[in-house]
Design a protein around this ligand. Structure first.
Ligand SMILES: Cc1cc2nc3c(=O)[nH]c(=O)nc-3n(C[C@H](O)[C@H](O)[C@H](O)COP(=O)(O)OP(=O)(O)OC[C@H]3O[C@@H](n4cnc5c(N)ncnc54)[C@H](O)[C@@H]3O)c2cc1C
Length: 465
């Protein structure tokens, strides 16, 4: 069965695009999900896929899906593997569809401010291509150098400059995708449309379960003429939340707005004594100058002190440093970051309950949070937990328990359970609390309509019936 499938794929795409080498299979067993790394570390690694297929163009993707759909073979799309929620976990009966060879810049249009890329294009390379023309995508996930533009769509990603520029759903213009039966569709046209439901949202956050994204057109901005930074220190998280709410609800839109609790503030800068708040301001000179002055005045009125602005410069130059899970695991420490969001009236309770619960875990080294995406109606929280476990065989249970604590605290106060990493496997059991039983049933019906043979990334996003 597997050999017949590999023969079919090789005959259709050519041998060079179908890889069964041990090295290729091993390198594509999973994404950046901590649980997969824990399993490797504990000596219980998961299986490899039957083969790694690397399409070079849209026709290749269509051919792969026609073959796998006919054979009812699972397909796991792989962008650049930076996902952190278990969206990619190989199975021995599945093919791993590695999109990284589809990495062309298709077009940059400086008049309409649009840029089109193959879905496997590295995010930083995409940004550099438009930056060469004085433009920016304005989407800066911390993982920009290790994630693909197609992955951004598939996970509903969010960048560090989102408060002014929006999240990926605000930046995307159109999406080209191959449906599970091999049909090609382009979703989105023009700067806006009222042509029925916005079908781009079928792919935004689909996590490989509804089709394969093959091309992405993003809406660009001109590079801002001016950047300034400002920093403040609030005595506690609640005062900081109130200040951030004043800033955004007064109409100011600093692209970067971050607030760290006391533990994280001290980790960021040893001079900190309470909760640091960092802003980056960008845009036309007059707007930036007015925003810097207005935010400083709002801080003064809120009784919030200024902090040295070199803290923001330091954050800007170190913000994409990527930690290695394995370094912590080898010291017996299990850790992760978990992002949620809630309205202003709920966010402080989510913060208090989740951090208190994490800190009560035996061996807890860190149970802290910062916010990094600001909205008129609320903001996100990005929790970090680290627990000294020692025994590798207990790590996954401790990990799952820490996640449960954050999910339950967020759910108890009516927050949303994922701000930008997605559901994957780690949050699948909680999706019903987010969407309700009717919402999950609707998602299952959409999945059944698009993918009746259930070939697309089984085990991800949608809870078992
Ligand atoms: C250090 C670090 C920092 C991070 N910072 C951020 C951040 O600031 N903001 C943020 O939003 N995320 C962040 N992430 C998470 C991750 O980078 C994003 O989820 C990213 O969008 C994943 O892109 P990828 O190409 O690596 O996708 P992958 O990890 O390869 O895949 C992710 C999911 O999307 C599916 N998929 C991928 N490509 C396609 C495709 N072409 N068609 C259909 N399905 C596809 C996969 O099947 C999987 O379910 C971070 C991750 C790390 C490790």
């Amino acid at each position: 069965m597997t050999q017949a499938l590999i023969d079919d794929l090789s005959a259709s795409l050519g041998n060079a695009k179908v890889d069964t080498s041990e090295a290729a299979l091993d390198a594509r067993r999973h994404d950046y999900w901590v649980a997969s790394h824990v399993r490797d570390f504990a000596g219980t690694p998961g299986p490899s896929a039957a083969c790694v297929v690397r399409p070079a163009n849209v026709a290749d993707v269509q051919a792969v899906l026609r073959i796998t759909n006919a054979r009812q073979t699972p397909v796991i799309p792989f962008g650049l593997g930076s996902g952190v929620v278990g969206g990619v976990v190989a199975a021995s009966d599945a093919i791993l569809l590695d999109m990284s060879a589809m990495n062309a810049v298709r077009a940059i249009d400086p008049v309409n401010l649009l840029a089109s890329f193959d879905a496997g294009k590295n995010g930083l390379e995409a940004e550099q291509a438009v930056a060469a023309q004085g433009l920016t995508i304005g989407h800066w996930p911390q993982s920009i150098a290790v994630s693909s533009v197609g992955g951004w769509i598939a996970t509903r990603a969010s960048g560090q400059f989102s408060t002014a520029h929006g999240n990926i759903e605000d930046i995307v213009h159109s999406i080209e995708a191959v449906l599970p039966n091999g049909d090609l569709v382009t979703l989105g046209k023009g700067p806006r449309a009222a042509s029925g439901p916005d079908l781009r949202h079928l792919m935004l956050g689909s996590e490989g379960t509804l089709g394969v994204i093959t091309g992405v057109t993003l809406s660009l901005r001109r590079a801002p003429p001016m950047r300034a930074v400002s920093a403040f220190e609030a005595p506690d998280m609640r005062t900081g939340f109130d200040f951030q709410r004043e800033v955004i609800q007064s109409g100011w839109r600093p692209p970067v707005a971050r607030q760290y609790d006391e533990r994280e503030s001290r980790r960021l800068d040893a001079r900190a004594t309470a909760c640091l708040i960092l802003f980056v301001h960008e845009g036309p000179v007059a707007v930036v100058e007015a925003e810097v002055a207005a935010v400083a005045e709002l801080a003064r009125q809120s009784g919030i002190a200024t902090a040295p602005s070199d803290i923001v410069d330091h954050w800007l130059s170190h913000r994409n440093t990527v930690p290695s899970w394995d370094m912590f695991l080898s010291r017996g420490i299990v850790l992760d970051t978990v992002e949620v969001a809630a309205d202003w009236t709920k966010i402080a309770a989510v913060y208090d309950d989740a951090t208190a619960s994490l800190q009560s875990v035996e061996g807890c080294l860190a149970g802290s949070a910062h916010s990094s995406h600001l909205y008129r109606s609320g903001l996100n929280l990005y929790f970090t937990f680290a627990v000294q476990v020692g025994d590798a065989s207990r790590m996954e249970a401790v990990y799952t328990d820490c996640w449960r604590r954050i999910m339950e605290a967020t759910n108890a106060h009516g927050g949303s359970l994922s701000h930008h990493h997605g559901i994957g496997r780690v949050r699948r059991a909680y999706l019903e609390r987010e969407l309700g039983p009717t919402g999950v049933a609707l998602l299952r019906r959409i999945k059944a309509a698009l993918d009746p043979n259930g070939i697309m990334n089984p085990g991800v996003l949608i809870p078992d019936a």
